[in-house]
Design a protein around this ligand. Structure first.
Ligand code: HMG
Ligand code: MG
Length: 301
């Protein structure tokens, strides 16, 4: 197998589903993951081990992980899971997760709303989780929220994003995801932020995690790629959003990212047709509009 030119982390089963009010059956989540795997995705954020009181939709994380292990899919595909604290780490480790995603906001307001603690406290919880993970042979990745703007505090200073990114790398995360939680940033904002981050952090350590509320996310992926990033998070059918960022929509649709890269001759390793069918299938299953323009166009052909 040839290595793809860009690494796409599919976050639909986690970021995509966490904000859906109606209960999605565990078997639908598992089928979603299996279909995504069959389309060629090699990294799929499967679920989260956050407090079920906060995100009831993902309370079945243990069952989802159990199926992944039983099916043997984890032999060839990475399944990172979101972990906010040691309680989450213990649950994830019992479920034999192999990669933990820790997270913190670049702004205080969102940190309080999303994790009920300050940025500093979220980082020290993350540090415990990363250190426990590494000592058990579990990889760790960090994701920063509100890289451009916070729903509570307004615009984010790029220096704040740099400070959080530095901490994640120092504690041992192999990569830092840059989360535009609100999906407000444009290519111009991406360029401004990356210039600041690149003063200390190489592009290989960074990944784009762009939500698409204002329709800018594909452009933001292109700008990031042109500036050297090779890793991107995206969600099939553009599903999702964060319950603690009201009005924000899902991540950039995986179909749109794959379509854009493949047309440019940048290999993703993903079958756009199978992926588009999966996007259409899950949109129907969860009664949401298919937010991938490329995916909708391809299934309508
Ligand atoms: P808290 O209520 O302050 O926690 O929540 P606590 O330590 O006081 O515990 C309260 C109760 O929750 C206790 O149970 C704990 O045992 C339990 P009780 O004694 O009342 O029965 N508990 C847990 N149970 C299971 N798993 C756990 C866990 N932790 C505590 N891990 C906490 C603090 C951080 C846990 C909570 O605020 C939380 O879970 N927040 C996560 C919210 C979330 O999942 N948001 C969406 C994901 S982040 C995101 O989408 C952004 C991202 O995509 C990037 C971007 O786009 O910006 C990553
Ligand atoms: Mg997100």
């Amino acid at each position: 197998l040839t290595e793809p030119d860009v690494r796409i982390l599919e976050v639909g089963p986690r970021d995509g589903l966490q904000n859906i009010k109606q209960k999605v059956d565990t078997h639908v989540k598992i089928e979603l993951i299996q279909r995504l795997a069959a389309s060629g995705l090699r990294a799929i954020e499967a679920t989260s081990f956050v407090a079920p009181k906060w995100i009831p939709q993902l309370a079945d994380s243990k069952e989802v992980m159990q199926h992944i292990l039983d099916s043997g899919l984890n032999q060839s595909i990475r399944f990172p899971v979101l972990v906010p604290n040691m309680k989450g780490f213990e649950r994830a480790a019992l479920s034999r997760a192999e990669e933990a995603v820790v997270f913190a906001s670049a702004s205080e307001g969102f940190s309080r709303a999303n994790t009920n603690c300050s940025v500093e406290e979220a980082l020290s919880r993350a540090e415990e989780v990363v250190s426990a993970s590494l000592s058990r042979g579990i990889r760790a990745r960090g994701v920063i929220s509100c890289i451009f703007e916070c729903p509570y505090d307004g615009p984010t200073d790029p220096a704040q994003v740099l400070a959080v990114a530095r901490r994640f790398l120092e504690m041992g995360c192999y990569e830092v995801g840059l989360g535009d939680t609100l999906g407000v940033g444009t290519a111009y904002d991406v360029e401004k932020l990356l210039r600041v981050l690149f003063t200390e952090i190489p592009a290989e350590k960074l990944a784009g995690h762009y939500h698409d509320t204002y329709g800018q996310a594909v452009a933001n992926v292109v700008k990031s790629y042109e500036m050297g990033l090779k890793a991107f998070d995206s969600s099939v059918a553009g599903l999702g959003g964060c319950p603690y960022a009201k009005g924000a929509s899902g991540n950039v649709a995986t179909e749109d990212v794959v379509y854009m890269f493949e047309r440019a001759g940048v290999r993703t390793g993903i079958d756009i047709h199978r992926l588009s069918e999966t996007g259409d299938w899950i949109s129907h299953k969860v009664n949401q509009k298919n937010n991938s323009r490329a995916g909708s166009a391809l299934v309508a052909r």
